[in-house]
Design a protein around this ligand. Sequence first.
Ligand code: HAM
Length: 421
Amino acid sequence: MKPLPGFRDLFPEDFARRSYLVGRWRETARRYGFVEFDGPTLESIELYRKKNSGGEILGQLYEFTDKGERGVALRPEVTPTLARMVAARHRDYPKPLRWFNVGTCFRYERQQRGRLREFLQFNCDLVGDATPAADAEVVALLIDLLRSFGLGPQDFAIRLSDRSAWHDFLTRNGIEKERAGEFLTIVDRMEKMPPEKTEELLAPFGIPLTTLQEFIARAEIPALAPLLADLEARGLREYVRPDLGVVRGLAYYTGVVFEAFALQGNLRAIAGGGRYDRLLSDLSDGDVDLPAVGFGVGDAVLLELLKECAGAKDQEATALKADAPVQIYLVIASEDHRTKALGLAQQLRGEGWRVSYPLGEERVGKQFGAAETAGASLAVVIGAEWPRLKVKRLSDRHEEEMGEDVLAAWLQEQRNLRPET
Ligand code: HAM
């Protein structure tokens, strides 16, 4: 039987790739002083229906009535949960909050490359600061995150926009505030739709497609100037492109919005985020009014991207090799000394090394084969000469002989090989 469409089995080699990804996520967030939190995967449906989450996500909810007759949904994103949690306990934390989360999300999406129905999402959010300095901090974090995988300016860019520019446009064109959401959804989908279709959807607003296209092409977004200057000061300006074509699908964004996209191939957005200054207030019925800005990245689309970019692919291969499941393989060449081998395995494991050996009698050649397959760096041969040992470096077949009593000290001296601490 197969898993459901859009759900994944992660076999060990898939899990290793994802662990590499998640390791870099956490490491980068911590470099920016962010702390990790988590919330429930199942939430009350009201959390998503209440005013603001909105957009197409509502149509993609995995929702049901639980045994207690509550309307519930698997979380399609983490931002509403974060807003709910921060609103409940914000007095306990100094502002601004720098919080990150690595969590599973569910969306009943149409199947396409890099888009699944169950995926892991990494979110970084900065709550309690309404300035462009906070926007820049979050955008810089996203850029550094992608760079940590060996991706460069030839591989990705961040499209930056500001919803306030669109609100000015709507005011100038006499469109009421209440219809802004509907209008922005059209702009959001425009790139994926044939022009005739966009024209048709725009008709009720009385705005010709050409007016919209001219507005986007103008590309002047004065509100972005401080954010761009901040990124310039960090040496990150080359990664960002002001682009009014980005408005984002979610309803709660209020100001700056951005999306990371791949410069080659036709992958959908790698990451997306923006400023949502009213979500906390809306979800707490006005009790807590804190501005916020953040972004989310999914694992699936990033894993696809890493396969395509040469530098990133090499870096991933090196990292996975360095994280091999076995570092030291004990080759038991003489069954008479199996008990010694068991003692040695336990001793080395106690020192933090990843150690394996054959559970039963095997030909020596087969044992070396097993050592290679497991990715071991060293084979330690235990033979008739015990307590003398042979240590073989598998990368270049270099061999050394030594007494069993000096092995531990010798291992500690090996560069590029470290036990787990
Ligand atoms: P989003 O644009 O819906 O924003 O999702 C952010 C990222 O999550 C996407 O760019 C993509 O990498 C990943 N993602 C979304 N849907 C799927 C899917 N079906 N399969 C795989 N990956 C997916 C949000 O979710 C906002 N809550 C982000 C945010 C945080 N805004 C402020 N703070």
